[in-house]
Design a protein around this ligand. Structure first.
Ligand SMILES: [Zn+2]
Ligand SMILES: [Zn+2]
Length: 277
């Protein structure tokens, strides 16, 4: 595996209040995901561009109308890689992850069903699958989420390069519909939002809440962090949400944007007091 991603990401470690080993595991996971996604990129090249354009022009995220195709074999191999990697890296979860891998191999765990349940947001079905196999449901959910994400990323990449997001004005991701807390100010001064889940990036005005679209200065604050000009935060009093800003003019562009969310984790801790945002 190439060490270049790890080297590039290592420079954010001093800014992130997570121990080095855990960060290493995280970066390794992202490397695997990127490898999976890059091998899937051809799978979505037959995209119905007209349909995608039509959906976007109606202001709807592509995947709220179109279905993301995930091949069963591709998914099974993604689960195997993710679970196999984590089993090696996380001593605490080794036993559970072994069970997941064994259940997958014996067919006790129906990945096709599990994938469907996850995509529908059917939490019950994921819980049932976990208890059938005898593993913690949060761990199974995490493995499935990590394994599903590269399919979204590959699809999102295809949509971005085939159609683009010109004219998309929402703060929600034009592909998967997620909200994001990550704004990027590019070195040329223009702003964009980046979806933390599928990686889509689209232009979005500075000083506008990604959650509710509020841009009224009386209920919106955009602050720089005093000593650290690389990062900022927007706080919207209208909807109660906040988002994080990375100024690439100061922070540079060496760190892959995929890591901006974790790079700015301190802001989340500062604003939520450690609760999950
Ligand atoms: Zn997205
Ligand atoms: Zn708002």
């Amino acid at each position: 595996m190439s060490s270049s991603l790890k080297d590039r990401v290592r420079r954010i470690y001093p800014d992130v209040p997570i121990d080095e080993n855990s960060l290493d595991v995280f970066v390794g996971l992202v490397e695997i995901q990127e490898d999976i996604a890059s091998k899937l990129s051809g799978k979505y090249s037959d995209l119905d561009r007209e349909k995608v354009r039509e959906v976007l022009s109606q202001g709807k995220p592509v995947l709220s109308v179109m279905e993301l195709r995930i091949d069963d074999d591709d998914f099974a191999s993604a689960v195997k890689r993710i679970a196999g990697y984590l089993r090696e890296e996380l001593a605490d979860a080794r036993e559970g992850l072994s069970k997941v891998i064994e259940a997958q191999e014996s067919g006790q765990l129906n990945l096709s069903e599990l994938k469907g349940a996850f995509m529908r947001g059917d939490v019950e079905a994921v819980h049932e699958a976990a208890s059938r196999v005898g593993v913690d449901h949060e761990m199974l959910e995490a493995v499935v989420a990590w394994a599903v994400q590269p399919f979204f990323q590959a699809f999102s990449e295809s949509v971005g390069s085939a159609v683009g997001f010109e004219g998309w004005e929402s703060g929600r991701c034009p592909v998967c519909g997620s909200f994001t807390r990550v704004e990027v100010v590019q070195p040329d001064g223009t702003s964009l939002l980046r979806c933390q889940f599928c990686g889509a990036e689209w232009k979005y005005p500075e000083g506008k809440c990604p959650y509710c679209g509020n841009s009224d200065k009386s209920t919106l604050m955009v602050l720089g962090l005093e000593e650290d000009k690389r990062f900022g935060v927007g706080i919207c009093r209208l909807c109660g949400n906040y988002w994080k800003i990375v100024d690439e003019g100061v922070a540079g562009t060496d760190v892959p944007r995929r890591f901006y969310d974790i790079w700015t984790l301190k802001i989340d801790l500062l604003l939520t007091g450690g609760r999950k945002g």
